[in-house]
Design a protein around this ligand. Structure first.
Ligand code: AHR
Length: 497
């Protein structure tokens, strides 16, 4: 089908916070251990224990911010167990994730080093569920206090004299569930108390993040904003795309087109969630001071057969690429409120961008979308309207195509499209208005596959990879683009000086 749209290149809508392209890495399965941390003595090439291949891959997509140590793990993590000489660090049972013994070799210093090597901002999630106010307060002192104090002395003893810079600090995680099964009224009071002792030391200014709702729990947002809104800088939202239901989620591969459609429909639900939570936030915070941070999102399938059910290891296909692309379009649309998002999770867990097996590493289709979309980081969102047409399945329909556009600091315009339709190409005719030049030079890249569950394996790591895209023509101010079936495409319009 042919779809019509308009891009107003001179109508900026505000900036797309680069932190929307953030990540989340938990002590879960093989995300931190094996996926990121292999230890200094590993035969896998590493820098201070962090594997080099993963570092390089993450640097390439310009990872802006990384959330750690959980997730559910955060509310049973005691940070003092993860500092000091590694051989003396206390072990613990990771009760949420497979009941495995955690040796605490990856702790505060290792995480801060990881962020320094990546050139990204740390986002640390504190423990409210099983921790104390003192423990949280001392962690912040240990991290950021530059003067002489018990915690800064301890930090120096452990080899880091200078304080680190930490902006983002989460006060609990999923406190409605794994983080303590609390009622919103109770958590709101606890949040107010805990955050009081999350101090700003020296010139380090902490952005305090409150635990927000699960999916469509609007009452949680209402109560938190009413009771504690003025004490927070941001509130979180968690939403996972589960194709079927939580007891039988469906596999990462081997699905049919009906399930493809259902998955994309559920991913599109993010738009309604953000809209409705934002409406509640608007009521208590009409100036838009408080941000909405979607710090867990992505697909959640049944684990790969034969793997530990507590490790949440799943493959990643073109379906995941589409989920990522259309979700970014939704985040861009809401970039006034949505100031950060963190995909769950970076390596080997859920909708990972990287999978590893021993010394081998592959990049998933989702990785390639992050790579193709990095041009939107901190760019100015542009007004784009598109009649996205209809992709129908039985009685249901979703847009066949979604799109977004932005202008970067150099003036280049990037337009990204998702063709959700699994079985047919679609043409988009975009009326380009307000361009500085009538003859921009255009280049493009697209990601598609030969079947709906096309994916990369350790044997075929390049089965799904972006390729140059030339199926477009600009004539009389109208850009006609033919998008392959099930594809994610980005065009760059470079305006000649
Ligand atoms: O990302 C996996 C888990 O999902 C996180 O630990 C938790 O916060 C959420 O329920």
């Amino acid at each position: 089908m042919t779809l019509q749209g308009v891009l107003n290149a001179d109508l900026g809508q505000g900036s797309i916070n680069r932190n929307i392209y953030g990540h989340f890495s938990e002590h879960l399965g093989r995300c931190i251990y094996e996926g990121i941390w292999v230890g200094e003595d590993s035969p896998i090439p590493n820098t201070n224990g962090i594997r080099n291949d993963v570092l390089e891959a993450l640097k390439k997509i310009k990872i802006p911010v990384l959330r750690w140590p959980g997730g559910c793990f955060a509310d049973e993590y005691h940070w003092k167990d993860g500092i000091g000489p590694k051989e003396a660090r206390k072990e613990m049972i990771n009760t949420h994730w497979g009941g495995v013994v955690e040796n605490n070799h990856f702790g505060t210093h290792e995480f801060m080093d990881l962020c320094a090597q990546l050139g990204c901002e740390p986002y640390i999630n504190g423990n409210v569920g099983s921790g104390t106010v003192q423990e949280m307060s001392e962690w912040v002192e240990y991290l950021t206090f530059g003067g002489k104090s018990p915690m800064s002395d301890l930090r120096s003893q452990n080899g880091h004299e200078e304080p680190w810079k930490v902006t983002y600090f989460g006060v609990g995680n999923e406190n409605w569930g794994c983080g303590g099964n609390m009622r919103p009224e109770y958590y709101a009071d606890l949040y107010r108390r805990f955050q009081t002792y999350v101090r700003n030391y020296d010139d380090n200014k902490i952005h305090r993040i409150a635990c927000g709702p699960n999916s469509d729990d609007y009452n949680w947002t209402e109560v938190l904003m009413r009771e504690a809104g003025r004490f927070m800088d941001s509130i979180t939202l968690h939403y996972y795309t589960v194709p079927k239901d939580w007891n039988n989620k469906g596999g990462a591969t081997g699905f049919d087109e009906e399930l493809w459609f259902e998955t994309l429909k559920k991913a599109l639900h993010m738009d309604e969630l953000i809209t409705r939570h934002s409406t509640i936030m608007d009521k208590y915070d009409p100036e838009g001071r408080v941000g909405l941070i979607v710090d867990e999102w992505g697909t959640w399938y049944d684990v790969e057969p034969g793997t530990n059910p507590g490790f949440l290891y799943q493959q990643n296909t073109m379906r995941d690429a589409l989920v990522a692309g259309l979700t970014f379009h939704i985040f861009h649309k809401h970039s006034g409120r949505v100031r950060m998002a963190n995909i769950a999770q970076t390596v080997n867990v859920l909708q990972a961008v990287i999978l590893t097996e021993g010394e081998k590493m592959i990049l998933t289709p989702t990785y390639h979308v992050f790579d193709m979309y990095k041009v939107h980081q901190d760019a100015e969102l542009l007004e784009l309207s598109l009649d996205g047409g209809s992709y129908k399945m039985g009685d249901e329909e979703i847009p066949a195509v979604t799109a977004t556009a932005s202008r970067d600091a150099q003036g280049a315009i990037h337009i990204s499209f998702c063709n959700l339709q699994a079985d047919s190409a679609n043409q988009v005719k975009l009326d380009l208005r307000g361009l500085a030049s009538c003859e921009p030079s255009i280049t493009g890249s697209t990601l598609t596959g030969d079947k709906i569950d096309a994916h990369n394996t350790f044997e075929q790591p390049e089965a799904v990879a972006p390729r140059a895209f030339t199926d477009f023509v600009l004539e009389n101010g109208t850009l006609s683009v033919t998008l392959p079936a099930m594809s994610v495409t980005t065009l760059e319009l470079a305006v000649k000086a």
